[in-house]
Design a protein around this ligand. Structure first.
Ligand code: GLN
Length: 315
């Protein structure tokens, strides 16, 4: 077993914990609803379920469909925040807040009465701001995001799913409304269509649980990529990204997730989740059935079982 009093984790131990969690959480597979707003997500089988762990000592453990690529959707908001913080940092926080929204991820209501300043970078409106920073700061913003994700995961084969990206655009009326509203309030520097194009592509990035846990490992390792030892973000920025994940990563279900699971995490409507146990490990889960707030039903349960089994919470 992983020792609850120590920060070390050996591959075999984590592997056996993962297997026990997988077995136990499997009973929830089939619950929830697969996202249906675009056909490419609607046809993903609900039975899929995988998990991957990358520990700060470099050990890895996987179970189930951990090597199958899925649409990371809003988990990409973690990577766009990272890039935007690198480009802007202080100035960014004048344009986007750091408070949980208590509203659905694609809500427009709050944005109107808070005059075009999104509550946080993990709701859609906030991600349009971070994406805008990337559009302004790069000649090829889509490639900049893709290159970052590929480097973090150590997998040059990671790519956009062009069918998903195109579908997002076709059905992207709410995102278009949000981006137009931001522009009308003077909170978007680039053109609405340019921001939306990059945003839809970043949502379409397809990667596996193993890729995702590797890509998120720097968040568990004080800003240093576990595989390469490369500094990805300063310790302060890393703490801040984790804090935003803990307070805003699961939209209007973030309180309940803190209560039941107790670690920073980010979800996406593709059914993926990236959770961070600071100083120890990054955990990725994928199962496409979603709960009412758009978070993976099995993913939340699996993470609850996992943190309970190893006795971890940041609180
Ligand atoms: N593509 C989705 C959207 O923009 C992403 C939302 C999500 O994963 N929560 O609405």
């Amino acid at each position: 077993m992983v020792k609850s009093s120590s920060s070390s984790s050996e591959t075999a131990d984590v592997q056996s914990v993962l297997e026990a969690v997988y077995k136990s959480a499997k009973r929830f597979v089939g619950r929830g609803k697969v996202a249906t707003y675009i056909p490419a997500l609607a046809r993903v089988p609900k039975e899929k379920f995988g998990m991957a762990v990358v520990a700060v000592d470099g050990s890895e453990a996987v179970v189930g469909d951990a090597e199958e690529a899925f649409s990371i959707q809003s988990i990409s908001k973690v990577f766009s925040l990272l890039l935007a913080m690198r480009l802007r940092d202080q100035e960014l926080w004048k344009r986007v807040g750091r408070e949980p929204s208590g509203n659905p991820f694609n809500s427009l209501v709050q944005l109107e009465y808070e005059k075009g300043v999104p509550r946080n970078p993990f709701i859609n409106a906030g991600a349009h701001i971070t994406t805008d920073c990337i559009v302004v700061g790069n000649d090829d913003p889509k490639q900049a995001i893709l290159a970052e994700v590929r480097a973090l995961a150590g997998n040059p084969a990671i790519d956009f799913d062009m069918e998903v990206a195109e579908s997002e655009r076709e059905h992207g009326y709410r995102n278009a409304a949000i981006a137009n509203f931001l522009k009308a309030n003077g909170n978007l520097e680039s053109e609405v269509d340019d921001v939306l194009d990059v945003y839809f592509h970043q949502c379409s990035i397809a990667m596996s649980c193993r890729d995702l846990a590797r890509a998120g490992s720097f968040l568990a390792n004080r800003g240093v990529d576990v595989a390469t030892g490369r500094r990805i973000a300063t310790e302060r920025k890393t703490r801040r990204i984790n804090a935003l994940m803990a307070t805003c990563g699961l939209y209007d279900a973030v309180g309940s997730f803190a209560f039941h699971v107790g670690v920073p995490a980010k979800s996406g409507v593709g059914g993926g989740m990236l959770a961070i146990i600071p100083g120890e490990m990054a955990v990725a889960v994928w199962s496409p059935g979603l709960d009412a707030q758009g978070n993976s039903y099995v993913g939340v349960k699996a993470l609850e079982l996992f943190t309970a089994k190893i006795g971890r919470s940041i609180y």
